[in-house]
Ligand binder design. Structure first.
Ligand code: SF4
Ligand code: SF4
Ligand code: FES
Length: 245
């Protein structure tokens, strides 16, 4: 932390039940090296206890604190205030796009979680790019149910940034397709390719890489979707020649 003090205006999206959404401004004294989530928590603690938002770990692991910050998807617990505004400036905080808003900054991600479970189960494979500690002999193997969370922390930022998800709620979306790519790479389970070859799978993607641009983790969902497409095409060609079911 620095010893600087900035005065910053947080402009926060408020939405309760059927009331029309609106913005509410809060002026805060902050250390610019604090994180956006610190500012949101301070608003809750000292200005308005009715503010609803999601968070848990404060260290980019649980995936709960994704929000739009000045219009861009951010994991707010690792986004320094200094990186999104300047002294005397504004920080606009809104809920993620493409999810139903429960209240204020909190969104309902249950459809997304269900899709992830359906994609990963029953194999339950992790979306990750590096070895897990138990594979290096450092720890006992964890409960496989938790491995799904490795690398992809299921924050929803990619879905919020996806232009296809805006118009097509049925679209599986970048995180689920990335999970399918990882699952197929590890298991070779042909049913995954079958499922993602459908109208709401890999062919809906516009290949703009908006999801990869906002992903705060090590997933690169757009690259995985392109790779999954190659695998789907390979399966189609094999079927054409009677080499696959
Ligand atoms: S690359 Fe595909 S999945 Fe990613 S944001 Fe663009 S359309 Fe959505
Ligand atoms: S792919 Fe990246 S942005 Fe999308 S849910 Fe996983 S960690 Fe979040
Ligand atoms: S609070 Fe857990 S990822 Fe931000």
């Amino acid at each position: 932390m620095s010893h600087e003090r900035w005065t910053v205006t947080f402009i926060v999206s408020r939405r309760k039940g059927e009331q029309p959404p609106h913005f509410q401004s809060f002026q805060l004294e902050v250390d610019p090296d604090e994180y956006v989530l610190d500012g949101v928590e301070r608003i809750w603690a000292f200005h308005d206890r009715s503010l609803v938002f999601r968070h848990a770990c404060h260290h980019s692991t649980c995936g709960a604190c994704g929000m739009l910050v000045n219009g861009v998807e951010k994991l707010t617990c690792i986004t320094p205030i200094r990186s999104v505004t300047s002294n005397g400036g504004k920080v606009k905080v809104e809920p993620l796009r493409n999810f139903p808003v429960i209240s204020d900054l909190s969104v309902d991600m249950s459809t997304f979680y269900t899709r992830m479970e359906e994609t990963c189960a029953p194999q339950v494979v992790p979306v990750r790019g590096s070895a897990l500690p138990y594979e290096k002999g450092l720890f006992e193997q964890a409960d496989p149910a938790y491995e799904r969370l490795a690398d992809c922390i299921e924050c929803g930022c990619c879905i919020s940034a996806c232009p296809v998800a805006v118009t097509t709620p049925e679209y599986q979306g970048p995180a689920v397709l990335a999970a399918a790519q990882q699952a197929f790479s590890l298991t070779g389970h042909a049913g995954l390719l079958e499922k993602m070859d459908g109208a709401d799978g890999v062919w809906r993607c516009h290949s703009g890489f908006e999801c990869t641009a906002v992903c705060p983790s090590n997933v690169d969902p757009a690259w995985r979707i392109m790779d999954l497409r190659r695998k789907v095409i390979g399966r189609r060609i094999k079927r054409l020649f009677g080499l696959a079911k």
